[in-house]
Design a protein. Sequence first.
Length: 765
Amino acid sequence: MAIRPTLEISNTYTGEEKMIRTGCPSHNCGGRCLLRVHVRDGLITRIETDDRPGDTVADPQLRACIRGRSYRHRQHHEDRLKYPLKRVGERGSGKFERISWDEATDLVAANIKRIKERYGNTSIFIPYGTGSYNQTGGRWSAERLMNLYGGSLEYYNSYSWACISRATATVYGTDVCGNQRQDWLNSKYIIMWGWNPSEMRDGTNSEYFLKEARKKGAKVICIDPRMTMSAVSLADEWIAIRPGTDVAMMSAMAYVMISEGLYDREFVDRYCMGFDKSQMPQAYQNEESYRDYILGTRDKQPKTPEWAENITTVPKQDIIRIAREYVTAESAVLYQGYGMQRRAYGEQVVRAGCVLAAITGNVGKSGGWASGIALQAGGGPLWNVLPVLENPTGAKIPSFLWSEAVLRGPELTKKEGLVGVDSLPHGIKMIWAVASNAIVNQHANINRTIEIIKDTSRLEFFAVQDNFMTVTAQFADLVLPACTQFETWGMEDGWKYGEELIFQPKIFDTPWETKSDYAICAAVAEKLGIREEFSEGRDEKQWISALLDEYREHRFPNLPSMQEFEESNIGVYSRPVDEPKVAFKKFRKNPDENPLPTASGKIEIFCEEMFNRNLPDEVPAIPKYIQEWESPFGKESEQYPLQVIGTHFMPRVHSTFANVDWNREAFPQRVFINPLDAQARGLKNGQKVKIFNDRGTVILPCRITRRILPGVINIPQGAWWNPDKDGNDIGGSVNTLTSERWSPFAFGNTQHTIMAEVEPLGRHQ
Ligand SMILES: Nc1nc2c(c(=O)[nH]1)N[C@H]1C(S)=C(S)[C@@H](COP(=O)(O)OP(=O)(O)OC[C@H]3O[C@@H](n4cnc5c(=O)[nH]c(N)nc54)[C@H](O)[C@@H]3O)O[C@H]1N2
Ligand SMILES: Nc1nc2c(c(=O)[nH]1)N[C@H]1C(S)=C(S)[C@@H](COP(=O)(O)OP(=O)(O)OC[C@H]3O[C@@H](n4cnc5c(=O)[nH]c(N)nc54)[C@H](O)[C@@H]3O)O[C@H]1N2
Ligand code: SF4
Ligand SMILES: [Mo]
């Protein structure tokens, strides 16, 4: 994949160089950073980052990662979509012809109208798609348009956090349970559990705060099947764990704390519900309590460190030591990454982590951490986007189940998470994917998905709006070329954390025939006769200006206006955090006056809602270790003995940047495998291998490394699926192997739970 030869052109620059401060078009990268973009003759010459003075904990610089710094190669990529394209061959054949915007917007509008009239608004779907968090761009504008035209089928939850946000709320009644990150500096012990912020950003500066905490004496341990960059650069210790077994280790830690009398009994007595028999709610007096489970009172299996060692591979001495260190530390953080909840029974690990935080007395305390998703009260993102308005249909499905709604929509009920309506009479008939590669590349089981979306009798119309001809776009009936975020007006605020608001001025004119997402939707609105309602007379710039004014009026009186941002070229407005907020502080001070928003007002170790699901083996009311449906302990492992994970990769944001040459060169797509597994299969480092299961085959070079647990392989997620003539994916998308099965309570994607086998290429050829 090439880029326009900007380096050569730079020798002949004639114009003056300008430097513009702007927000990195961060897509869904886990961070938000400031870029200084140097421009000459309509081209980026170089990109630098935040140069504000100081390196303070209260207001640190927002320093860009390699993706932001390589943006020039995405912006000036020769493969950018330039014109609207209409499919001329079969769906997925890749045959398109150029059409005019007039024809393109006619097509979208006519299909919206036809499908609405014939099947109703719930047959139109704007799927999950996170390519643009520019606050007037991306899917917000399409959603607003649809809501002004009778609505559409909406989704709830996300591909990121389905289990963690749902399960956290079952414990605390809210998912806003995080202290501000500056408070980590008050912690003495930090467990990074499946958390890898050195490679995947999780709030710009999370690594920085961890480093500062360590400087102040905190011990940091990292529990992950891989010796990640975080384990190397941020932790004192790496504990390798078998994927999908974390609840076993957490339960054994609780066993140590309970049997040695170390847990915070006073805290548990006063603030928790469900810990032991005395704490069970009236109606559930005879049900199993957490203590029963841990001590094995009913199932006759005490959750001892020996028991957990066999499941997790973590030596029992380590489990005992870590349990003691965590519970006796004056204050401690158990931070959960999201990878381990993007798994079968992902709800359990989240709840088990929260329970450990509670029984060690770390909730509502400075230097502690309630665990779970831990959003921040008062801080963090503002989400003041273009108003998307109410969806008149009220119909929603879990974000991951759209493929089922295409395949067998009329059969879906609330058992599959359908809400707002009793049924979807015709399922999904039209998809308009804006800033999304989650229809094919990022969704699970690509070969199956393709069969579903290729069927034009089910999915009657499929439009994709993107910057590139992505894997998803190749299956579209209509491809709409969106401009990049350097080519329109925008602003951004934090991803999960962040006390900043970053301004994104328009740096370049929209090239070729591209348009902003907003402008595309406005043009479709025009064809539907609702342009005025859609735009309220505003273009992107006027919306941003109005949203800034609104922020200033309601939240931040000192926020600069549009004009001030433009004239000063400061790029960012930030709010220093001198006194970090501590979640549940009031609750801890006086739980009777400040109860939690749970039914009991307490931290709920026993979950009534889960109990009433009546699926005790899959949705137990207290957090339990459950063997995953694809597991090294199951029968399936005879054929497919290796656990496959697909981690979030440093050089990409999901599938975005996968086509950027610099990043590909620095971080080639490979399968990571332990020397023991490689030796057993006769593999040499760098050799091409087949990775396969019943759902598909991926072909990639292997990287043999001791930094991954034996029995586990990693194919970083986001590479572009690229089938050879036999249908084998030589692009290396892990979703060729993943399963469409969802988690039982949150209806979340379980894309980290898969088994496969590896063999040298050519053995059976
Ligand atoms: N196996 C596996 N699969 C996963 C995951 C996993 O861990 N394992 N993770 C999941 C997670 S957490 C997520 S969030 C999803 C992400 O899945 P997606 O939301 O599909 O994210 P991307 O792959 O980055 O695709 C975003 C698209 O938006 C386009 N884009 C960028 N800017 C703009 C713009 O301004 N306008 C328009 N119209 N388009 C733009 C990009 O070119 C890109 O094609 O993937 C999920 N898939
Ligand atoms: N560079 C980069 N950063 C990103 C993104 C990106 O695409 N690229 N995407 C952003 C988005 S949208 C999201 S949602 C987040 C996702 O962030 P996460 O979901 O936290 O990221 P993952 O890499 O899937 O998983 C984190 C770690 O969990 C480990 N892991 C996997 N399974 C298990 C398990 O069963 N137990 C334990 N203990 N560990 C396990 C993996 O080895 C990995 O090191 O990242 C954000 N940041
Ligand atoms: S973390 Fe995100 S916002 Fe920051 S530079 Fe990287 S891609 Fe851009
Ligand atoms: Mo995500």
